[in-house]
Structures are given as structure tokens and as C-alpha cells.
Design a protein around this ligand. Structure first.
Ligand code: WTA
Length: 660
């Protein structure tokens, strides 16, 4: 169904998808979530959240659920005191689960380690004692720049335990990116490793720390975990983890902190300018991380084996590897490496090896698996998988169906979870067992969450209409600001719909005719073609629905006649055939989009590329593709996961064969 912008929609709703998948009776009967959860939250939101907070151990109970008088700075569970690390570790040992495996750690080269809750408690206690011995305590900032090794999780929990804020910086970031994040947060301590495994080879990591620390006077000490045994230069600030931490006592008494005590800062790059230090606090954050992890993934702590493939440098790693899962006494897999080391079946080897039952990943990886071909997962027994999750980007219906069929055995429910670094935890997602899922839709706000789609005036759009996603009620795990920049916090999130008091997420979205929410990508990416505001997501989904296409990125490039013209970059599927990039095939692809969405969305140009530029968390950097499409020098590539990709794309284009 097509609506024009004149009808009060900020974004056109072009693509329709009508497939739905109701939960099986068996799944519904055993699900943690039951339909009454929605009713309960609606009846009394604050009472509902108070009940969720009871999932945690509070040293002192709160006397007020929510204080919103200082909006947009919320206080949740006011007056309550708790220790976040105690909630994630010690209490499970005390309840008799010390021998349960918390983490099945799988190293990239094939080494592995099973860490029980009792062992986790000892490791975290030692690390906490080490922090104290260095004079690190409440409100100090600690930068963590590490690959996915167990010590990274010990370090995060040790910070939480002593009330210090961690500031995790993705291990793929440059020295300069690390330096700015250390400086902005004035970190006193950095925790790192000598090196990290990347695609089968050890690569040095510490030299980047040395470079960053040389320009960051706040840093007093650097703790170095030995991972790759690479030789490293040594300064008088450096101390080995095994020398400092291993000699500490494995007993440590956690102190309870205020519910609003800061827990961490995590930097997220805005579209432009300096990265924003997103600040999260303790009680509300942990409540929502725990609640969502329990219901959205249907976690059964005694039987499930959970695996979230994110990196701890990303908020998904914070909320769905560390805080949500561990507070729920999960048994989980943590994998250090890349999905194609030593071969493209590595993830499915791991699923088989540990009997993984819940698997949470990103659309970019799902599309990569599509590109590698369905025959790879087909060689593995994936029958242990019973819930699949997706996060980070809109998932195209075709990728969703591929995921369901080839990974989920045609039956595991898929939860498409919408949230942000800023929201701290999942906000919009189907509840498995309750909601009939729809390929490509995050569907509805979780019980206790308020979200809607509004037009330019802040008025909710009708079913079938498109606009901006806003959050119209404060939520427990909401950010408590941008580190050191109150003005920017108000401007970025609260000024667009100031009169209504809505949080503006920066995403476009639409309602379908049932009122389910479909995410349409960042509003900065919206294209305007002859007055139609078209979402990049919808055109990308149409392209990916063609059998030869694995992945697509679409941008609007300035166009003399139409304002903007649609330029598409596509990656072909494995086995697409030699002719799939030829002129005929490109024409067929353009026609396919016209047929799926309408002639207005037909790409002006389609380029076949080997890779797409992505951030560390797998998001496509359309800004860079716009530079290519408009024949400009490609802009800042420092936040790209792999900065050589832009060279690859440019080289491919110069060979000329991929243009229409
Ligand atoms: C996008 C990641 C569609 C969105 C947890 C959001 C999504 C941004 C989804 C936040 C989803 C995340 N469907 N879009 N299920 N999940 N996004 O801060 O644009 O890395 O605003 O947090 O990712 O990215 P961030």
C-alpha cells in the first residue's frame, strides 16, 4: 500500500509483507511470557516495573519506583541499594549453583575453558581486589580495550563490584579512537591484552594502547592480559594481569551502591562529530536487562545454552552477554573469533559442540551466512536451537526467512529486537510464544515500554502510515545522559519533540495494518525521490528478496531531475552464477524492485561490490557510499570495522563492469 507524504506521513510505507508465523502450542505452553504480561503492565506500569526489579537482590529496597521530576534525567528505584556484580555472580553461588557453567569460552584457535559460577566469583573477586590495590574505587573510570577473552568479562564485573565505571572500547578501534574515549572519560586505568587473534593470526593490540596512553595523561596504570604471547614493549605504567591479579585473595565482600550509581559509559559514534559517551546507571539498567533477557529469549537457566555473538565493545555485549544473562544465571557460550575461522562453518560447529539452544546475532551476519550458502549450515545438526534473535539493523524479510529455514529448522521463533546503546536494553520485540512473528518486523513495545510512530507534528500516524519512532514513557534502563555534556543530551534526544516530551530515537518506522511496528532505518538515511520519502530499508529488502542478492545497501544521490536518485550497492549470493553481475541481470534487478515496491523506488543505478563498508557493530555506513555515489572523495573511515573495504569498492567500480 502506498501513501504519499501529503497524507501526514513523514515516511512512505511502500513494501508489504503478509507472512506470519504463530507460535506452536508446545512453545506457547512452556513460554516464560504469557499474554497477561501485557495486561499487567498496562494496568499499572510502575507496579509492573517494581515487580521486575524484584528479580534482583537489593541490599536496601527502594522507596520510590520512578522519579521523573528532573526530566529528561530519570531516577529509578530511588533509595534502593544493590551490587550489580553480586547479582550477576555471588547470589547464584549462594543459591547452590556454584558448579553450573556460567561461560563456555571458545578461543579462536580452538582452545576452550569452562568457567563455573564459583570460579567466576573467585576470578571477579581477585580482579576487584586488584583494582582496590591500585586505588581504583567508586566513580573512577576504567577503559577496557580487549578481545573476547574471559578476563574482559571479569574486568567489567570487577569494576561494577567496586563501583568503578567501565568504558569498554572495541578492540578493533584505532589508537586514536581509544585515546579520545580515554580522555573524554578521564580514565585512570586501562585494561588490555598483548595481542588478539584475528582470522587465525595473532595481531598486536598493546601498541595501540601505548600510543593512546602517551597522549592521555589521566592514565596511571595499564593492566595487560597475556593472550597471544606476542612480544610487547613495556612502560613503567604497565603491569601483567597474571602478576597483579593472580596473587590476590579470591575473597571479596561486595559493597551495595545506590540504584542510580553510575555503572558504565559506552561511546557510540553519532553520524558526525565526536562520539557520545552514553551513561548508564545500576538498578534500573540491571532490572530491564534481566527482565528482557528472561522474556524475550525465553531463558530456562537449568537447561538452555545461550549464545550472543556480539562483541563486548558493543552495547549488545554489555546487556546480553554480561549483565542480562549473568543476572539470570545463564549458561552461555562466548566465542573469541571470527565466523570464518578456520572455515565458514565455525558457528555451526560451536552450536553443535555445546548444544546451543538460543542464538542471538545481527542481520549483517545472517546475510553473510546467506552469501556463503545454505549448504554450510545444512551439514550440521542444529536441532538444539529453539529461539533465534536478531539485533542491530532492520532485518530484511528474506534474510529473516532464510534464518528461520536454514538455522531455525523452520520452527524456532525469531525475535527481532529493536533497541539502542541509549535505551540500554530491548524495547521493541515480539515475545516468543505469545506473538505471531512477522518476517522483518520488531512488532510491538515490550510490556512496560511506551513507543509509537508519529509524524512531523508529533501526532501518531494511522495504521499503514510511516513516520518517526519515539518513546513516550521513561524506562528503567534509559541512558542518564551523555558523559560531560548535558546540552548535547537534551539536543540530540529531547528537542525534536520537546512539546510532547518524547525521546526521539532517530529511526524511521511505520505501522502495518495490524499496528505492528516496522523499523525503516535511520532518518538521516531517508531518500527523497520526486517528493516521495523512501526508506533505504525497504529498497534494500526488495533487492535482497531477489534470489541472486545476499546483501544490499541503498543511498540517495543528488539527481538533477528527481532531487535524489536511488543508488544501490549489492553483494551477490554464493552460487549466483557468472552472469549475475552482467547488464541483463542488473536490469532484471531494477525491474524486480519496481515490481516489489513500485516504479518510484526503481534504483537509478546498481553496482555490484565485493563488500560493504560497516561499523564495528555491522551497520552499513551509507554516508561513505553516498560519497562514492556522488563521486566525492570518501570521508572519514576511522569507525569502519575494516577500512580497506572502501578501496575494494572503488577498485571494483573503476573496472567498470558493475555499473548499469
Ligand atoms: C538500529 C544496538 C531495526 C536502529 C542494540 C537503532 C535496529 C540503532 C534494530 C542502535 C532492529 C537496532 N531493527 N533497527 N531490530 N536494532 N537497530 O546503539 O537504527 O549500536 O537506532 O544499539 O540500530 O544501534 P546501537
Amino acid at each position: 500500500m502506498t501513501q504519499s507524504p501529503g497524507q501526514g506521513n513523514a515516511l512512505d510505507n511502500l513494501l508489504t509483507e503478509s507472512r506470519t508465523f504463530p507460535p506452536s502450542d508446545e512453545f506457547a505452553a512452556q513460554a516464560n511470557a504469557q499474554p497477561a504480561l501485557y495486561e499487567e503492565a498496562k494496568a499499572d506500569r510502575e507496579a509492573f516495573w517494581a515487580k521486575q526489579a524484584e528479580r534482583l537482590h537489593w541490599e536496601t529496597k527502594w522507596d520510590q519506583v520512578l522519579d521523573w521530576s528532573g526530566a529528561p534525567f530519570a531516577k529509578w528505584f530511588v533509595g534502593g541499594k544493590l551490587n550489580v556484580a553480586y547479582n550477576c555472580v555471588d547470589r547464584h553461588v549462594e543459591s547452590g549453583h556454584g558448579e553450573q557453567v556460567a561461560i563456555h569460552w571458545e578461543g579462536e584457535p580452538g582452545d576452550s575453558r569452562a568457567i563455573t559460577y564459583a570460579e567466576l566469583q573467585r576470578e571477579v573477586s581477585k580482579a576487584a581486589n586488584a583494582l582496590t590495590s591500585l586505588g581504583i574505587g567508586a566513580e573512577d573510570r576504567v577503559a577496557i580495550y580487549m578481545p573476547m577473552v574471559p578476563e574482559a568479562i571479569f574486568a567489567m564485573l570487577a569494576c561494577a563490584r567496586v563501583g568503578a565505571l567501565h568504558n569498554v572500547v572495541f578492540g578493533g578501534f584505532s589508537a586514536e579512537a581509544l585515546r579520545t574515549r580515554i580522555q573524554d572519560s578521564e580514565a585512570r586505568l586501562v585494561i588490555t591484552t598483548d595481542g588478539q587473534y584475528r582470522r587465525g593470526n595473532p595481531a598486536p593490540l598493546k601498541p595501540a594502547v601505548d600510543e593512546a596512553v602517551a597522549g592521555a595523561p589521566s592514565v596511571e596504570k595499564v593492566i595487560v592480559v597475556k593472550r597471544t604471547d606476542t612480544e610487547v614493549a613495556w612502560t613503567d605504567k604497565d603491569v601483567w594481569w597474571h602478576e597483579l591479579v593472580d596473587s590476590q585473595s579470591d575473597q571479596h565482600t561486595p559493597e551495595a551502591f545506590d540504584s542510580e550509581h553510575p555503572l558504565f559509559i559506552l561511546y557510540t559514534s553519532g553520524t558526525t562529530g565526536k562520539p557520545k559517551g552514553i551513561l548508564h546507571t545500576s538498578g534500573g539498567y540491571l532490572t530491564q536487562a534481566s527482565y528482557t533477557h528472561n522474556y524475550v529469549f525465553d531463558l530456562k537457566p537449568d537447561t538452555d545454552v545461550y549464545w550472543c555473538t556480539a562483541d563486548i565493545g558493543w552495547v549488545t555485549g554489555h546487556s546480553y552477554i554480561v549483565y542480562g544473562p549473568l543476572s539470570n544465571r545463564v549458561t552461555q557460550v562466548v566465542y573469541e573469533g571470527t565466523p570464518n575461522t578456520p572455515n565458514e562453518g565455525r558457528h555451526w560447529d560451536i552450536v553443535e559442540k555445546y548444544g546451543v539452544s538460543i542464538y542471538y546475532t545481527a542481520p549483517t551476519l545472517i546475510r553473510t551466512f546467506m552469501k556463503w550458502g545454505a549448504d554450510i549450515p545444512a551439514k550440521h545438526d542444529l536441532s538444539s536451537l529453539r529461539v533465534l534473535g536478531s539485533v542491530g539493523e532492520p532485518i530484511n524479510p528474506e534474510a529473516w526467512i532464510w534464518y528461520r529455514e536454514n538455522i531455525g529448522g523452520g520452527k524456532a521463533p525469531i525475535v527481532d529486537t529493536w533497541w539502542q546503546t541509549e535505551t540500554g536494553a530491548i524495547m521493541i520485540s515480539p515475545l516468543p510464544g505469545v506473538v505471531s512473528t512477522k518476517p522483518g518486523s520488531a512488532q510491538r513495545p515490550l510490556p512496560g515500554i511506551g513507543a509509537k510512530v508519529v509524524n512531523d507534528e508529533g501526532v501518531e500516524v494511522p495504521h499503514g502510515g510511516g513516520g518517526y519512532l519515539v518513546l513516550d514513557e521513561p524506562w528503567p534502563s534509559m541512558l542518564r545522559g551523555i558523559w560531560g555534556d548535558e546540552e548535547r543530551y537534551r539536543d540530540t534526544y529531547w528537542s525534536r519533540f520537546k512539546d510532547q516530551g518524547f525521546y526521539f530515537a532517530g529511526d524511521g518506522a511505520k505501522y502495518d495494518n495490524d499496528g505492528d511496528i516496522w523499523l525503516l532505518g535511520r532518518v538521516d538515511d531517508v531518500m527523497n525521490v520526486s517528493g516521495h520519502r523512501i526508506s533505504t530499508t525497504e529498497v534494500e529488502s526488495a533487492l535482497v528478496s531477489h534470489p541472486t542478492v545476499a546483501e544490499a545497501a541503498v543511498v540517495g544521490a543528488s539527481d538533477e531531475t528527481t532531487g535524489q536518485g536511488i543508488v544501490a550497492f549489492v553483494i551477490l549470493r554464493g552460487g549466483a552464477g557468472a552472469d549475475a553481475g552482467g547488464a541483463e541481470a542488473i536490469k532484471a534487478l531494477r525491474d524486480h524492485v519496481a515490481k516489489e515496491i513500485g516504479p518510484i523506488a526503481k534504483p537509478r543505478q546498481i553496482m555490484v561490490v565485493p563488500e560493504l563498508p560497516k561499523t564495528r557493530s555491522g551497520k552499513i555506513m551509507r554516508r561513505l557510499l553516498r560519497d562514492v555515489a556522488e563521486n566525492r572523495t570518501v570521508g572519514d573511515v576511522t569507525t569502519l570495522a575494516d577500512s580497506s573495504v572502501m578501496d575494494l569498492i572503488s577498485a571494483g567500480l573503476q573496472s567498470g563492469k558493475s555499473e548499469d
